[in-house]
Every structure is written in C-alpha cells, then in structure tokens.
Design a protein around this ligand. Sequence first.
Ligand code: F6P
Length: 359
Amino acid sequence: MKRIGLLTSGGDCQALNATMRGVVKGLANSCDELEVYGFMEGYKGLIYGNYRLLNPKEFSGILTKGGTILGSSRQPFKQMRVPDANGLDKVEAMKHTYHKLRLDCLVILGGNGTQKSANMLREEGLNIIHLPKTIDNDIFGTDMTFGFYSAVNIATEAIDCIHTTAASHNRVFIVEVMGHKVGWLTLYAGLAGGADIILLPEIPYDINSVVKKLEARGKAGKGFTILAVAEGAISKEDAKLSKKELKKKQAADAQLYPCVSYKVAAEIQEKTGQEIRVTVPGHTQRGGGPCPYDRVLSTLLGAEAARAILDEDYGCMIGMVNNELKRIPLSECAGKLKTVDPNCQVIQEAKEIGICFGD
Ligand code: F6P
C-alpha cells in the first residue's frame, strides 16, 4: 500500500501532466493498493487542505495535455514562514495536512522557488521527492528540466515567423524570449531560429558591439537582422551597479519601456536612426502540449520517482545527468541556480559562425 500526494507549483509549463502520469503509472504498476491525493493550486492546496483523492485512471490520456490538471500558483519561499492574513502558520498547516492523510511521500513538481520550499519540508521531516519543472532550465543538479524543449520549439517558431517578414521588409527585429534570470531558452531558441545577435543575462551587452554587428551585416548586403533577447538581458553598465542601484535603475526603466527589448530597440534606434520592431511571444512559450522530447523526459523522470518511492528513498530531486536518471539530494541542489557559462562550447561555436553576443 502506498499513499502519495502530488502538487504542481509555480509558473506552469508543458509536461506537468505527463510527469504526474509517469509517477502514478509507475506506482500503479507495482502497488496492489495506491492512494493518490492531488493538492489543488500548488502549496496552497497543501496549506489549506484543498485536495482530491484521485483515481489512478485519471492519469490516463493526459500525456499530451498542456497545463496541469491540479492547477498551480506561486507561493514565494520567502513568505512560507510568514503567517497568512488570518495568522495561520503555513508550514505547520502543510505538515498537518500531510500527517492527517498519512502520506508516505509528497511528490512536488516545480522550479527553483518550489524546490526551496520542498527542501524546507524535507528538513521539517516530511518524505519529499521533487521533479524539475521549468521552461527556464535553470535548476541546478539536472542537465534538463521538462518544459524546456517545448518552450524552445515555440520560441523558435516565433523567430522563424519573424524571419520571413523581416527578410521581406529588410527590417531589424527583436524577439524577446522568456527564461527569467538565465539565458538557456534564448540561447537555444536563438541558435535554432538562426538569430544574428543573442543577448543573455550571463553576458552583459555593450550596445556599441550590437550596433557594430548591425552595421557589418548592412555592409555585407544583408538587409535584415534578427536579435533574440532574453527577458533578463542586461547592459554592461547596469551589470556594474550594486543590487540596490540596479533595482532603482530597473524601476526607472520600467517607467519608460514595457520590457528590456524595447530598451535595446531604443538604444539601437538612438545610435543608428533605424526603426526596430519588437515581438514578445510571452506566455505562449509555456502554453500548449509538450513536445515529444519532453514527453519522453517526463515519463522517465516520473517512472524513476515511482521507483524511488518504492525504494523509500526520499529527500531528493529526480534529474537527468549525462543522459542518466539520477536521485540528487535536495540538500545539495536547493537554492542554487544553473546559469549559462559564457565560455561554454555552445557559445564558442555560435561565435565561430559569427553570432554576436553583444560582448
Ligand atoms: O519560470 C518560468 C517563467 O515563465 C519565466 O520564464 C518568466 O520569467 C516567469 O515564469 C513569468 O512568470 P509569471 O507567469 O508569473 O508572469
């Protein structure tokens, strides 16, 4: 007999359902008796006891379904130890729900913030397994997160569509790609979409270097240019500011520009007089069903989570390292960010073919 809880927390992404399916199918295949409790809207459901006993059959037919059948919400880690508006101790409330249902394990699907809370619950004595979800691919300890390649596909398609119109009109276009504080999604979508300039948070940009690349393309007779700009891209000057100064600067920029791409566009325009178009695919990058790669990854991660539960091996994240499934202790990965190494081979090869990173 196994009794597990499932929750999906933070920004959603593709393959959340596919991953839960993997967990439940893996367990159902080996356990005579299985009870699965689904907590609604992430940690909120665990805090306020909003859950449903789910029939394992409900996990059939959801491999390709986007979003999450449990719903999700953001419950910032920093707020977890702060009582709610009614004075409720959230951590104690979560522990209470867990013990009341006599769970063997709580399986938590989420990104970095979610993982920190998962680790805190582990420290509080609960049996936890974390599954790495995010289009940002920024979770330390795993090479790959589910959602990432599905989002790469969507962002790439956006760049592909912009390519044809940019070429027809001889225009400079910026496509802004999600990814929060890291540049994985922009780097991969930028490469896949054939962007000429890629700006990442990990490589602060110098607008003069961007302009130089634009001029070089013009001289070479290339009428259009595509920039893939990460939502977290930052200029060299801003990167030198202290945390406090940067916050102030970003607040001032937010009054002038809806997002960083418009700032980059204005900077280019000021230097060249050229009109720039900006496209922001935004949350479409998290939408729709998972791509085949993510379906496979999620199924494998889910199945390995089921195996870990059967082994009673808790307190870990199930990750993929060098194409092998691994159980990484939460104590080793929680609270760390996986960023793009500016000297990695992908960037070196991209530079080799002439892609400008604004450095
Ligand atoms: O972490 C996933 C992500 O989509 C980031 O790429 C993005 O910065 C953020 O979530 C957007 O969050 P929200 O959905 O709360 O606007």
